[in-house]
Design a protein around this ligand. Structure first.
Ligand code: FES
Ligand code: FES
Length: 162
């Protein structure tokens, strides 16, 4: 007889290149699955209501707010979290640009900003300032450091961190 609760489902996802399978309660949000089950705490919870963007990850290459997705809905998908951006100590050009442009203060919004901006740059490698602002409109920075964030994304799109 199975010990798996009837409300749990086996979920298999590829996260940052590694395939994982876990039994997940049907109502568990993707953000809690990533943080609590996979210990990927770089994905932050700012509101739990789809408003702040701190929980943004890539789901099959699309930026999604992981507090607005059930973990079971991600079954079979490929997910990239902020932990999957750098290659060891080698930051991406965008991460390096955030560093050089001082595009973070407390850093709480930063993972979500990076994931939204990474998705933008994959679709539009050289975005204008206005295009960056539109792409990041779902991400709130409570420290209001928007100017440096936009500047960092535009600079990364120009092919340089500075
Ligand atoms: S925690 Fe998901 S949008 Fe705020
Ligand atoms: S740097 Fe603090 S919330 Fe954005």
């Amino acid at each position: 007889m199975s010990t798996t609760p009837a409300t749990s489902h086996a979920v298999t996802v590829t996260v940052n290149g590694d395939e994982v399978t876990r039994d997940v309660p049907a109502r568990k949000l993707l953000v809690h699955f990533l943080r609590d089950d996979l210990d990927l705490t770089g994905t932050h919870v700012g509101c739990d209501t789809g408003s702040c963007g701190a929980c943004t990850v890539q789901l099959d290459g699309v930026a999604v707010k992981s507090c607005a997705v059930l973990a079971v809905q991600a079954d079979g998908s490929s997910i990239t979290t902020v932990e999957g951006l750098a290659d060891g100590d080698q930051l991406t050009a965008l991460q390096q640009s955030f560093h050089e442009h001082h595009a973070l203060q407390c850093g709480y919004c930063t993972p979500g900003m990076l994931m939204s901006a990474t998705t933008l740059l994959a679709e539009n490698p050289h975005p204008s300032e206005d295009e960056v602002k539109v792409a990041l409109q779902g991400n709130i920075c409570r420290c209001t450091g928007y100017w440096n964030i936009v500047e960092a994304v535009v600079a990364a799109g120009k092919g340089g961190a500075s």
